[in-house]
Each structure stands twice: as structure tokens, then as C-alpha cells.
Design a protein around this ligand. Structure first.
Ligand code: PGA
Length: 251
């Protein structure tokens, strides 16, 4: 039985004050709720340090939304894995579709980041997902296979226990269009099978595969009850404590 993992991707939202507000509402709300899952929040870089201080005595874990694969040096605007560790991050989202599609990140770049995160002691939340036109062109499987294969190139079987995969169909992100539980389950099973082919059943049965794309309190329970859906990566609905907690209650 895999324990569900619910992660909140704040994206480019919340300054310092808003961070303090949201985290205090979240921890207050959680102390009054029955929640039986692991919880991760991923604020923007500028809020990580403050978030860490506020989360220290809670069960909520901290993650970042991106990092660069080099250790240090002349990479203006970038953040290293060690920097994220130094402000208390345990997780880092890598390969998010907004990084792939707005900032042009390639499978190879994402793979370098995944390997660097792991060797630095950070757990990647590795995102994959097809565009609407790829689904409509009937190449969804091919795209998912390519992203999974390239992203995990050179990642050992032991290291797979340090990684979460998130399936996020790009057409469902921030659009209000959720994949149906069946549609999501189909791709989750495909991903688990790819992991099984490469690493064997013990690894594929343990790996956490989250679903992301317009997850809300009213659709979370059904999505999360699918056999191969082990959690959610939540964007919009994690910006309000009530709705984020409502999603956790569906886990
Ligand atoms: P959404 O975003 O929940 O707002 O669709 C999900 C994500 O991009 O991780």
C-alpha cells in the first residue's frame, strides 16, 4: 500500500507576507483535520527560508519549483541544489510543463537536473505530460515514454526510491479540464509499466506517481482512488488553505 503524497506547487504566487498567511492557515487547518497523507509545499525561492522556519514544527515538507544542475558559478538567475538544501528543502519539482514549454527546457536538461538533485540529497518530483495536440494526434504514449526514458537516463534502481513522478497532462493544467479518472489511470498504469520494464516490479510497485491538472476538493477523491494514482500535484487549488486541505482529505 503506497501512502498518498499531496504536493502544492505555488508557482509564481505569494510574497513573504502572503507566504506567512497561507502557511499559518494551513498549519492551523491541518491541526484540526483528519489527514492521512504526506504533504509537501513548494513556494517560490524567495519564500523558502521563511516557509521552512514556519513549517519546522509541522509535518509539512518543503520543496522548491526548480533548480540548475551545476554546483555554482556564472549562471545568472539560477539556484543550485545545495542552496535549496541550505534553506530546508527536501524536494524539488523538475520538468514541470511550464519549464518545458515556456522556458524551453529539454528532456536532457531535465535529466541533468534530476541526477544532480539526487546526488545532492534532494528528492525530485519529476513531471511528465503530453500537450493537447499530442493527445489529439494519437502520440500521447510515445511522448510519455520519451519523457520518462530521457528523464531517468542514468538514474539507478536504488535512487528510484528518492523520486516521485507526476503525470500532468498539459491540457489539464490551470484550465479547469481535469483528466477523467479513467484517462489519468490509463497513463499512470503506462508509466508504472515503463518503470517496471526498466527497474523491475519491486521498484515500480513502490514508486509514487502523482496526478496533476486542475485537481480540486470535489474531484480529488475519485482521482486518488484509482489504483495507480498515489497523490496529487496541485497548482491553483493549493493557494487557499481550505481547498488544499480539502484535497488532502480526499486522499
Ligand atoms: P493546476 O496546476 O492544479 O492549477 O492545474 C497543476 C500544476 O501545474 O502542477
Amino acid at each position: 500500500m503506497r501512502r498518498k503524497v499531496i504536493a502544492g506547487n505555488w508557482k509564481m504566487n505569494n510574497d513573504l507576507k502572503e507566504t506567512q498567511n497561507l502557511i499559518s492557515k494551513l498549519s492551523a487547518g491541518l491541526s484540526n483535520s483528519e489527514v492521512n497523507c504526506d504533504v509537501i509545499v513548494c513556494p517560490p525561492f524567495t519564500s523558502l527560508s521563511e516557509a521552512y522556519a514556519l513549517l519546522k514544527d509541522t509535518k509539512i515538507k518543503l520543496g522548491a519549483q526548480n533548480m540548475y544542475f551545476e554546483s555554482s558559478g556564472a549562471f545568472t538567475g539560477e539556484i543550485s541544489a545545495a542552496m535549496l538544501k541550505s534553506v530546508g528543502c527536501e524536494y524539488v519539482i523538475l520538468g514541470h510543463s511550464e519549464r518545458r514549454n515556456i522556458f524551453g527546457e529539454s528532456d536532457e536538461l531535465i535529466n541533468s537536473k534530476i541526477k544532480k538533485a539526487i546526488t545532492s540529497g534532494l528528492k525530485p518530483i519529476f513531471c511528465v505530460g503530453e500537450l493537447l495536440e499530442e493527445r489529439e494526434a494519437g502520440i500521447m504514449e510515445e511522448v510519455i515514454k520519451r519523457q520518462v526514458k530521457a528523464g531517468l537516463e542514468g538514474v539507478s534502481s536504488d535512487d528510484m526510491s528518492k523520486l516521485i513522478i507526476a503525470y500532468e497532462p498539459v491540457w489539464a493544467i490551470g484550465t479547469g479540464k481535469t483528466a477523467s479518472p479513467d484517462q489519468a489511470q490509463e497513463v499512470h498504469a503506462l508509466i508504472r509499466n515503463l518503470i517496471k520494464e526498466k527497474y523491475g516490479a519491486p521498484v515500480s510497485e513502490k514508486i509514487i506517481i502523482q496526478y496533476g491538472g486542475s485537481v480540486k476538493p470535489d474531484n480529488a477523491k475519485e482521482l486518488l482512488s484509482q489504483k495507480d494514482i498515489d497523490g496529487a500535484l496541485v497548482g491553483g487549488a493549493c493557494l487557499k488553505a481550505d481547498s488544499f486541505i480539502g484535497i488532502m482529505q480526499g486522499a
